[in-house]
Ligand binder design. Structure first.
Ligand code: C2E
Ligand code: CA
Ligand code: CA
Length: 678
């Protein structure tokens, strides 16, 4: 007997097999060929010799199912089991349906091979049976059959490859008890049904779609269950991934608005459920984006999200609503105590600076708290009310939390009404300017006047800026309003100048107006249109307008200076002026905030501002003078100009005009001031 070298040690066994008439051969998995065959096998394979049979490369026309099946056989044989199978071989293209027994063997060089014995051929089945058997063997659909006790009766090659080796009962196939229960429930009632479930397989847990059908075991005639399954793991994971992706905020990785809405919709269908929300908005976050750029802003948002989530010890959902708005969602809350504690933690944590790209940044939150169902009847209202409460925190200076209450709704209604009326008021010319005189150090002669806006409200009477300027600023109406004030103030100054009563008129400028790129051009156009000499117009700015974008501010002040328009810093001492820039900015005047004027018993800051003004060669104006003592002190300490109710209240243009006219006529001052001590 001519034996391949690798079969040397098997020689005695093969010699015996050589004498048997049953076809027996050795199949080499790696070479994918028959490396030895007895005479019966040579006949079955229609081969002239072992060498000829060995030269047939079976791998060449092997289908995917055959490869899978061989891999499966190899895996099973490796575990030292013998194995029966029906298999069709195609010697010289002619099908032969064989009942085979495989046995794993090891070749001399250590490789795996199998010894195959053909126990017989199926010569009786009709073509239909043969084809259907083949189809069952080669389909990738995993088909198995179970007895009434759910014991495994049969599985096709695809199912055999997939099922864990030790699986003998259908119950063990399922990972989730609920899935198995659903199978049991359905089996008793329905003829066929389908489920998707997480199942145990030879390669670990997989998601399968399983179709069940009641049938009979052809062998025993007993009821059986036919199961066909397909692997939908990838499909499922893909769908789950894209589902999750659509519900995740791409910047922070926390949930997004879509997730929140679905979650709220789902929760609110449950009877007796309660939901607490904490609505968080960062204060002045826009400043960070504007001054440090969006990339720093984004990094900060990520850190803020992490910080917020650190406060939540219970199972909470953190949602980024967009921009600098976040929301915490908590189920089953009875009262506000946990929500307020959480809010305090968030405020506390955010108050410590966060290091981003070498800068220490601090953002404070404004927080609104609201509970469903006590504060809001549905999900949408819940979010709305939390937003309103958050807004109240912001309106009160931020860095705090507020619990929603019904009064807030009333306030919001008033505000909305105010916004609408304000927009109409501009159209219907319901605004007027009053003028408050600014006196020279003698407290008698008028150096100028500050234009102060008033709203002649058709129902509520004369309204002061305190009740509407903020709303105008927030809604952007201030632009239109500010333009009007500037033009009207300049028109008045020009008129007084023409009739020989020329005084300087100061106009308050809002941050929005000042930051508009066209500001200086707007001022120029107003001067041109009204004929107001530039030296008779002063713009009052606040310190906060001067700290952002310093090069731009410096350029604007420089241009105003060049055209001759005066500039004043209003409410000086309350903001955070950078003294370094103060000396390089073109500024004519400092207006000491009335709070300092009204506390002359503690004159440290007053003294400081007065000397600062002297050093920087700026006019210092004291405003809000209400008493003789205040006036006296300021005059004695050399404050350049004086303004306040004690000297004159804001008045109509007509009244001021009369006063100016009387002043110019009068030869003697109406108030005598003793300047000796000054
Ligand atoms: P402000 O620029 O500090 O104006 C001075 C405010 O102090 C005025 O209040 C004035 O009536 C008040 N005042 C003057 N003397 C005294 C005093 O002796 N004691 C006290 N307690 N108050 C005094 P008003 O007219 O209610 O204006 C309030 C604020 O509204 C102004 O503060 C200014 O910031 C803003 N405002 C007024 N008019 C305009 C405007 O046309 N445009 C802009 N953007 N803001 C304006
Ligand atoms: Ca002012
Ligand atoms: Ca002021």
């Amino acid at each position: 007997m001519d034996l391949p070298e690798a079969l040397g040690s098997l020689k005695p066994t093969l010699l015996i097999y050589q004498t048997l008439s049953t076809p027996i051969w050795v199949f080499d998995f790696e070479a994918m060929s028959v490396i030895w065959a007895n005479s019966g096998a040579l006949e079955l394979w229609d081969a002239a010799s072992c060498t000829e049979l060995a030269s047939r490369k079976m791998g060449r026309d092997t289908t995917a199912t055959v490869t899978d099946h061989l891999t499966n056989i190899r895996a099973q044989l490796h575990r030292n089991t013998s194995y029966f199978d029906r298999w069709t071989i195609y010697p010289r293209g002619v099908p032969r349906h064989c009942f085979l027994e495989y046995r794993g063997i090891q070749l001399d060089d250590g490789r795996d091979a199998m010894l195959v014995e053909c126990l017989g051929q199926d010569l009786h089945s009709n073509s239909e049976t043969l084809r259907s058997t083949e189809a069952l063997r080669h389909t990738s659909l995993m088909i198995s059959m179970y007895s009434a006790d759910m014991d495994l009766l049969y599985c096709n090659p695809a199912a055999r490859t997939m099922l864990p080796v030790q699986l003998s009962n259908l119950a063990d196939h399922f990972i989730e008890p609920l899935d198995w229960k659903s199978v049991q429930d359905n089996v008793t009632g329905t003829d066929q049904f389908q489920i998707e479930a997480l199942v145990n397989t030879a390669t670990g847990p997989k998601r399968h779609k399983l179709h069940f059908r009641q049938s009979r075991d052809a062998l025993t005639g007993q009821n059986s269950l036919l199961v066909s399954e397909t692997d939908i793991t990838r499909l499922h994971n893909g769908a789950r991934d894209s589902h999750m992706q659509a519900r995740t905020d791409s910047l922070t990785g926390f949930a997004n608005r879509l997730y929140l809405h679905e979650q709220l919709a789902e929760i609110s269908t449950r009877p007796g459920v309660s939901v607490g929300v904490i609505y968080i908005d960062l204060d002045r976050f826009k400043n960070i984006n504007d001054s440090l750029g969006h990339s720093v802003g984004d990094k900060l948002l990520v850190r803020v999200a992490e910080t917020i989530s650190q406060c939540a010890d219970k199972q909470l959902t953190l949602v980024r609503l967009g921009g600098d708005e976040f929301l915490l969602l908590l189920e089953s809350v009875e009262d506000y105590s946990y929500l307020t504690a959480l809010s305090e933690c968030i405020i506390d944590k955010l108050n410590s600076p966060i290091a981003i790209d070498g800068s220490m940044l601090r953002v404070t939150p404004s927080i609104g708290i609201c509970i469903y169902p006590q504060d809001a009847g549905d999900a949408e209202t819940l979010l709305q009310h939390a937003d309103i409460a958050m807004y109240q925190s912001k309106g009160n200076g931020g860095n705090q939390y507020r619990i929603f209450n019904d009064q807030m709704l009333v306030d919001v209604k008033h505000r909305t009404q105010l916004e609408q009326e304000l927009a109409l008021a501009i159209k219907h010319e319901q605004f007027i300017l009053e003028y408050q005189p600014r006196f020279n150090i003698d407290g008698n002669t008028i150096a100028g006047a500050e234009a102060l806006i008033r709203w002649k409200h058709p129902v509520r009477g004369l309204l002061y800026p305190g009740s509407f300027i903020e709303v105008a600023e927030e809604t952007g109406l201030i632009n239109e309003l500010g333009d009007w004030v500037l033009r009207e103030g300049a028109r008045q100054a020009a008129y007084w100048n023409r009739i020989g009563l020329g005084i300087r008129v100061s106009v308050n400028i809002s941050a929005r107006q000042f930051s508009a790129r066209s500001f200086v051009d707007d001022v120029k156009r107003v001067l041109h249109d009204t004929g107001c000499p530039a030296r008779l117009l002063e713009v009052e700015l606040t310190e906060s307008m001067l700290i952002d974008d310093i090069p731009h501010v410096a350029a604007v002040l420089e241009r105003l200076h060049k055209i001759g328009v005066r500039t004043a810093i209003d409410d000086f001492g309350t903001g955070y002026s950078n003294l370094f820039y103060l000396q390089s900015f073109e500024i004519d005047c400092l207006k000491i905030d009335k709070a300092f004027v009204q506390s002359i018993d503690k004159p440290a800051i007053l003294n400081m501002i007065l000397s600062l003004g002297k050093m920087l060669n700026m006019t210092v104006v004291a405003e809000g003078i209400e008493t003789h003592d205040q006036l006296d002190w300021l005059q004695k300490n050399g404050c350049n100009e004086l303004q306040g109710f004690y000297l004159a209240k804001p008045m109509s243009a007509a009244r001021l005009e009369k006063r100016l006219a009387a002043n110019t006529k009068a030869s003697k001052p109406t108030r005598t001031i003793d300047l000796v001590d000054a």
